[in-house]
Design a protein around this ligand. Structure first.
Ligand SMILES: Cc1cc2nc3c(=O)[nH]c(=O)nc-3n(C[C@H](O)[C@H](O)[C@H](O)COP(=O)(O)OP(=O)(O)OC[C@H]3O[C@@H](n4cnc5c(N)ncnc54)[C@H](O)[C@@H]3O)c2cc1C
Length: 432
């Protein structure tokens, strides 16, 4: 096959970035600001598609708080890796960058930071303006097919029939979730072919499908401030306190999304069952006492009616059924044992067994390029010369709350900075 060569003067293109998501955009911007002309390839017809759909179109751009607090939301391994880049480009830094482009932001009481306009479009408009002022050429509708390397060093990329030379390549291709947004896992395949270890990919922040199918009438029911927990072989493998939502096929909402990563991992060795605790802050004795007080002060009411103040109406009968209690029984004739059975059911109501967690429907992909093979100070591959990796292609998956975009921005910034610095250093050497 004959290739058309795209070169920069007589040399390779200084820095190439693949992927115009949060990581690639920050990498391109920072590399160009540091003095290296950048060519950015994006397979979509527009940049930042995932940013545009993030936070339901409002874009939870980062999380407020100290860098230490931000890091504490990640696992220890992720935290160690992210620490240098979070200090080099923090939550405060991205907010200042956005503010300098006229995008004001507001931190919600739970720490999640959104543009005050609640429009992801404004975040993307700011990025486009920033990039427009720098020496970044964006090529949309340009899917990179292959990374070319020689003797463990990057030499270029193939895009369609064109070979574009470079010795500094930033891989910012994201994960495999929401493949329609362009993230089809190319980065993992290339990194593996180049010798990197790919930590097995798993769903994270994904809805869970439950078997047997849940009753239709539960669809759309939300349980506020509950604890969703999961058991595998009777052992608790994880729990999350937040709202839970029943869907047509299982569970979603923040509690389910957050728990999905540990459930996906545990399902590799066996079945996992989901349970709801309707009173996370109280032990079963306290719940029983509270239930008793409620029953005593509503003596002529049925147990079913009393429980409606504790949980969504549509779930009362199923819960009483699981406790083996007739909902028509009046409070004043409810004996101690059935009451205790209800208290136990409120503390651990079995929803069902997890049948599937679709990786493509997760907000992020867990797993990816092994962190010990990338230098956290520079985002440079420890295996392939001239290769830099940033964002979700790495084995990083944070919780909901702006953490994942922050990880993409911080690692992208560092990758852009070090790729440009290396290129400048190399081009200053007289024999090149
Ligand atoms: C529905 C949804 C809502 C979310 N909401 C939030 C939120 O509010 N806050 C938050 O912090 N996180 C959120 N996330 C997660 C967050 O969006 C991602 O973690 C983050 O965008 C990852 O950034 P990235 O740059 O690494 O990858 P991406 O943003 O996925 O960008 C990768 C880019 O690479 C391009 N690409 C891939 N392969 C090629 C190729 N071969 N050639 C050329 N281009 C290629 C893709 O088209 C894509 O544009 C959300 C995710 C989803 C799916």
């Amino acid at each position: 096959m004959r290739f058309k060569f795209a070169t920069f003067g007589s040399m390779a293109h200084p820095v190439i970035v693949i992927g115009a998501g949060g990581a690639g955009l920050l990498a391109a911007w920072k590399a160009a600001l540091s003095g290296a002309p950048v060519l950015l390839f994006e397979s979509n017809s527009r940049a930042g598609v995932k940013i545009l759909i993030s936070g339901g179109g409002k874009c939870n751009v980062t999380h407020a708080g100290t860098i230490a607090a931000l890091l504490s939301a990640f696992s220890e391994r992720e935290r160690r890796f992210l620490k240098p880049s979070f200090y080099k480009f923090s939550n405060q830094d991205i907010l200042e960058v956005l503010a300098s482009e006229g995008v004001e932001t507001t931190a919600r009481p739970n720490g999640r930071v959104f543009p005050t306009s609640e429009s992801a479009k404004h975040v993307m408009a700011a990025f486009k303006t920033m990039l427009g002022r720098t020496n970044v050429t964006i090529r949309l509708n340009s899917r990179v097919d292959e990374i070319i390397s020689e003797h463990n060093a990057v030499t270029g990329v193939r895009v369609g029939g064109e070979l574009v030379l470079t010795s500094h390549l930033i891989l910012a291709t994201g994960g495999v979730s929401y493949p329609k947004t362009g993230t089809t896992g190319d980065g993992y395949r290339w990194a593996a072919a180049l010798g990197h270890t790919i930590v097995p990919l798993r769903a994270a922040l994904a809805p869970m499908i439950v078997a047997p199918p849940l009753p239709r009438e539960w669809q759309g029911v939300a349980i506020r401030d509950c604890r969703l927990f999961a058991l595998a072989s009777r052992r608790r493998i994880g729990s999350w306190d937040d709202d839970l939502l029943f869907t047509h096929e299982g569970v979603s909402g923040p509690a389910a999304l957050e728990l999905s990563r540990s459930v996906a991992s545990a399902r590799e060795s066996g079945d996992v069952d989901l349970y709801v605790d309707f009173a996370p802050g109280r032990d079963v004795e306290t719940v029983d006492d509270d239930l008793n007080a409620s029953v005593q002060s509503n003596r002529s009411r049925s147990v079913g009616t009393i429980l409606e103040t504790w949980m969504p109406n549509r779930l009362v009968q199923p819960l009483l059924q699981s406790a083996g209690v007739d909902g028509q029984v009046r409070g004043h004739v409810l004996p101690r044992e059935p009451r205790r059975a209800i208290a136990h059911a409120l503390k651990g109501w079995h929803i069902g067994r997890v049948a599937a967690i679709p990786i493509e429907r997760g907000e992020v992909t867990a797993g990816g390029v092994a962190l010990n093979e990338v230098n956290p100070q520079t985002m440079q591959s420890r295996i392939v010369r001239g290769l830099y990796l940033c964002g979700e292609v790495l084995d990083i998956a944070g919780p909901i709350g702006g953490y994942n975009l922050q990880a993409a921005f911080s690692t992208g910034f560092v990758a852009g900075n070090s790729a440009a610095a290396d290129w400048l250093r190399a081009s200053a050497q007289p024999d090149r």
